[in-house]
Design a protein around this ligand. Structure first.
Ligand code: ADP
Ligand code: MG
Length: 307
């Protein structure tokens, strides 16, 4: 999954649990990856129709509901544009507006038809990269619990899962990376939760003229999202939803992201804005702390818009 995974676990059969986790991640990557030729996703994308394995079809179905939920801000049919820009590939490039316009009509959940087999409209393709790590973390959580692990932290490229509390019973402290620096922008104490961060600060490429192009695309424009946010962290007990929403809310930008949280609920949110604010939801009031050297202006979000 083009990232590192770090697991710390205690209690239960940790050795077997960690082996089993490692096998599961490799297995999931081999079916879900868009860049592995033999994966289910590649088969679907090249053949246009395929009978999928259980993981890929259930994740694709979930992805379509997140698309509908987020009004298309999260959309796995963005794949043709991901391919066109190649931002995380070895040779990224800035395409012409004509090239973008030619592919935009292929974006949208209505081009995916799910039955016993999944069929894509001609030219359409899917990319589960915005949700696969969240799904994998969710599977890891189940494996750890099944092996009786009582205390663990799993970090899979921006997707953190904490199982139970620390071995001494107190909550884990999860650091929210400073997207503009090297330290932490906030610490959050958590038990049994997923914390997923998306942002433009880790995967991007810089064109010859110095313009930076980030890897999260806006499905409405087919271009890298022009977000007023530096990062979005979703804290939830659903790792898959947290991954989809963190990507979606980054695309939406501050105002729409806050409205989405107000209308939708069911998760906690930390937004770091380009103008130096850190916004967090009331459910985190007792859990969040500001590191001493942190320059962000911490602001509590309210469930209702200010009058
Ligand atoms: P990361 O992979 O850095 O953790 P995300 O979870 O935000 O970040 O996923 C970004 C990846 O998802 C991109 O590399 C691309 O493959 C895909 N993607 C880009 N834009 C979107 C989008 N608007 N909706 C769904 N997937 C997207
Ligand atoms: Mg994501």
């Amino acid at each position: 999954m083009d990232t590192y995974m770090v697991i710390t676990a205690e209690g239960g059969d940790t050795e077997e649990a960690v082996k089993s986790v490692s096998r599961e991640i490799s297995r999931l990557e081999s079916v879900l990856s868009r860049t592995i030729d033999t994966s289910s996703v590649s088969r679907l994308n090249t053949e246009g129709s395929a009978v999928l394995d259980e993981d890929t079809s259930s994740l694709l179905a979930a992805a379509l509901t997140y698309s509908a939920d987020t009004n298309g801000a999260f959309d796995v049919t963005i794949a043709p544009l991901v391919e066109l820009w190649g931002i995380t590939s070895d040779d990224p490039r800035v395409p012409s507006q004509e090239e973008i316009d030619a592919l935009l009509p292929l974006v949208g959940g209505e081009h995916v038809h799910m039955d016993d087999a999944v069929t894509l409209d001609t030219g359409c393709a899917v990319d589960l990269g915005g949700i696969a790590k969240g799904y994998a973390s969710q599977q890891v959580a189940d494996i750890l619990r099944a092996h009786g692990v009582t205390s663990a932290v799993v970090s899979l490229g921006g997707n953190v899962y904490v199982c139970g509390g620390k071995p001494d019973g107190t909550p884990w402290n999860v650091g929210i990376q400073d997207p503009a620096g090297s330290g932490y922008a906030a610490m959050v104490s958590l038990t049994d939760r997923f914390a997923v961060t998306s942002g433009g600060y880790q995967r991007y490429f810089e064109a010859e003229d110095g313009t930076v192009y980030r890897h999260i695309l806006d499905p409405r424009t087919g271009r890298p999202a022009d977000s007023d946010l530096l990062s979005v962290t979703i804290i939830s007990d659903d790792g898959t939803a947290a991954d989809a929403y963190s990507t979606a809310l980054y695309v939406m930008g501050e105002q729409e992201a806050v409205s989405f949280w107000r209308a939708h609920g069911g998760f906690e949110l930390i937004l770091i804005t380009a103008d130096g604010r850190l916004l967090y939801t009331p459910g985190l009031s007792d859990a969040i702390t500001k590191p001493e050297d942190c320059a962000y202006d911490f602001q509590l979000l309210t469930a209702q818009p200010a009058a």
